[in-house]
Ligand binder design. Structure first.
Ligand SMILES: C[S@@+](CC[C@H](N)C(=O)[O-])C[C@H]1O[C@@H](n2cnc3c(N)ncnc32)[C@H](O)[C@@H]1O
Length: 216
């Protein structure tokens, strides 16, 4: 999607994707995924997710990327932190302690700026991007990831005939196309009244892990 699409969503307060709670599937898989830390964790397209401060409080270095400045300001505010803002190529960087968010377009920020990353938490990022952006997005994540880096990704899968994204329906064949090394960790029924009102009869939240080689 174009940046304007998301800026308008934030400006209009249409952020139904946001949750005030740490993501339920992150809770379930975090211990195994973060074994051997501390880690440098990238959260692409992070919105104002509370997952970042939660992961940072566990002692990891957490790096978010988000287009909307309103979201970045709210993220630090909600965490009770006052960030220092610095201009970097392609973005503004907000930093407080071990929590950093690059405010800008992910496609304009060099992987060298983001630095080596050992873990990626993709929640509502891959599924938010237009299918035509996926290959470029995954290439950027791979370029950021150090050898033995691990991706944890939560996607939604539903009948794509019911609606177009975002969020886009992502089934196992799409995941395998972009992350051939991915394994499915679990599936959860995510059909709620909001989805039903859009005409859906089946919505699943599926969590994947990929042990990503940086040179793949
Ligand atoms: C569906 S929301 C998910 C936000 C967050 N991951 C969460 O779970 O609450 C997608 C977010 O990605 C941001 N975004 C979309 N395209 C982006 C891009 N190219 N670069 C950086 N951020 C982007 C949007 O502003 C929006 O906040």
């Amino acid at each position: 999607m174009e940046p304007e699409f998301w800026q308008e969503k934030w400006d209009a307060g249409q952020i139904g994707f946001h949750s005030d709670d740490v993501h339920t599937d992150l809770h379930d898989y975090v211990d195994a995924w973060l074994a051997g830390g501390p880690h440098q964790i990238l959260v692409p397209l992070c919105g104002k997710s509370v997952d970042l401060a939660w992961l940072a409080a566990k002692g990891h270095e957490v790096i978010g990327i988000e287009l909307a400045k309103k979201a970045v300001i709210a993220l630090f505010n909600d965490a009770g932190l006052t960030p220092t803002w610095t201009d970097v190529p392609g973005a503004e960087r907000a930093q407080a302690g071990n929590l950093t968010v690059y405010c800008g377009n992910l496609f304009d920020i060099s992987p060298a700026t983001i630095g080596p990353i050992t873990r990626v938490w993709d929640r509502a990022a891959f599924i938010a991007l237009h299918p035509s952006q996926r290959a470029s997005y995954v290439a950027r994540l791979r370029a950021c990831l150090a050898p033995k880096g691990k991706l944890l990704m939560n996607v939604l899968n539903y009948d794509p005939a019911v609606m177009d994204g975002p969020p886009w329906a992502v089934d196992g064949s799409i995941v395998a196309q972009h992350y051939p090394e991915a394994i499915q960790l679990g599936t959860r029924d995510a059909l709620d009244d909001r989805w039903k009102s859009r005409g859906h009869e089946r919505v699943e939240a599926v969590t994947w892990q990929a042990d990503v080689k940086s040179d793949a």
